[in-house]
Design a protein around this ligand. Structure first.
Ligand SMILES: NC(=O)c1ccc[n+]([C@@H]2O[C@H](COP(=O)([O-])OP(=O)(O)OC[C@H]3O[C@@H](n4cnc5c(N)ncnc54)[C@H](OP(=O)(O)O)[C@@H]3O)[C@@H](O)[C@H]2O)c1
Length: 362
């Protein structure tokens, strides 16, 4: 079995890896400003070598990236994290910090009651093999179906019972985030899409979150991998896109202004990366964690192949010249408008049509 022990010094050379930046997501709960995403381990992004995936989480933890995003609806991912933590415990090492989710099925919304929410949380505890969940991020597919606040309050009750340490949400807009807070649900975080392509959180959620103590955990940072040299100068992809993230973020690229606008953005990022000796993905991630109200970027991957360029984010500061390179492209392309996750809530719309709504039973 692969050992998950902390990294041993590889040589007598000084370690040039920049120190991982961390932040308090809640009092007493510290996370790195890059959280590793887990959707890419759920099978919709190509086959996953489970043993390799578990072992390579160890490389992230050893590098200081000890926090992962997961979900009740990411098939097999909670159990994979649970296996990792069981091995950590066996080695006497600190467990991984896991941010999971509570996403009741769309078709069940009208029937969701306290027992339903409790079942999801108990199942996460069991799969993760822990007595208390670090963070549970709540989602509700349809505001028109009553029950959202009641479900969030059940999670708050589970928190008071000690089964959940911290509560967050995912994909709520600003009014619904505020409504949960006003109802006494102590959200510390909201997980939303926030990237150079999709800057909707800056409109309303960030100012409200700064005021009410809700920090953002951001996905879409790399647009599912589009923010990389691989796509610079490449022809616009069609139906051949290889995974669900790329399909999702191609729509966001279309909203940004299409493929030629995206290429202009990639060229600007490449120019900035060349100034600093890093790649496009590193610049795109730095931009996200530099935004006000952002606690961390969530960066997805199956293995540790990109770990070095992820860690390079912490050695980088964007300067005035970098921002001057980005500014004209961003000004010309404001991207999706309105509040967070509003376009996506239209189930018949282009974003809504590609989603899977009933994964909890799986
Ligand atoms: N709440 C929600 O609705 C929601 C929605 C989407 C995602 N998420 C969360 O956010 C996480 C991120 O997912 P995402 O879909 O937004 O994808 P993303 O993080 O924007 O992109 C992930 C992809 O980028 C590639 N990548 C990672 N680091 C790279 C680097 N340094 N250079 C080049 N490519 C790199 C990975 O490639 P490899 O495949 O080669 O590793 C992976 O396929 C998910 O895992 C999930 O935890 C949440």
């Amino acid at each position: 079995m692969t050992t998950l022990g902390e990294r041993a010094p590889r040589s007598n050379q000084p370690d040039m890896t920049p120190a991982v930046e961390t932040t308090l997501l809640a009092p007493g709960y510290r996370i790195p400003r890059i959280v590793r995403g887990g959707w890419q381990l759920a099978g919709d992004h190509g086959a996953v070598d489970r043993e390799r995936a578990v072992a390579e989480i160890g490389a992230f933890v050893a590098a200081g990236l000890n926090t992962v995003d997961g979900a009740d609806i990411y098939t097999g991912v909670e159990a994979l994290y649970g296996d990792f933590n069981a091995r950590r415990r066996a080695e006497g090492l600190a467990p991984l910090q896991v941010h999971t989710k509570c996403v009741p099925d769309f078709d069940d919304l009208a029937r969701v009651d306290a027992a339903y929410i409790r079942r999801i949380v108990e199942r996460s505890l069991q799969r993760l093999n822990v007595e208390r969940l670090d963070v549970v991020q709540f989602h509700w597919w349809d505001y028109a179906v009553p029950g959202c606040i009641d479900a969030a309050q059940t999670l708050a009750a589970l928190q008071r019972e000690g089964k959940i340490a911290h509560l967050g949400g995912t994909n709520f807009d600003t009014p619904h985030t505020l409504a949960m807070l006003d109802a006494g649900v102590p959200l510390v975080s909201m997980q939303v899409q926030y990237s150079l392509l999709d800057r909707r959180p800056a409109n309303r959620l960030v100012p409200a979150g700064l005021q009410r103590g809700v920090q953002l955990l951001c996905y879409g940072t790399l647009a599912g991998g589009f923010f990389s040299e691989r796509w610079l100068g490449a022809a616009e992809p069609g139906a051949e896109l290889s995974n669900r993230s790329l399909i999702k973020y191609k729509l966001v690229i279309d909203d940004f202004g299409g493929w030629s606008a995206f290429q202009a953005l990639l060229r600007a990022l490449k120019g900035i990366g060349d100034r600093h000796g890093v790649g496009i993905a590193t610049i795109a991630t730095r931009w996200v964690i530099d935004q006000p109200g952002v606690a961390a970027a969530i960066v997805g991957s199956r293995y540790a192949d990109h770990l070095a360029s992820t860690l390079a984010v912490f050695g980088l500061r964007l300067d005035a010249q970098d921002h001057a390179l980005l500014a004209p492209v961003l000004a010309a392309h404001p991207g999706l408008q309105g509040d967070t996750y509003t376009a996506e809530r239209d189930k018949a719309g282009r974003h809504g049509r590609i989603m899977k709504y009933n994964l909890n039973k799986a």
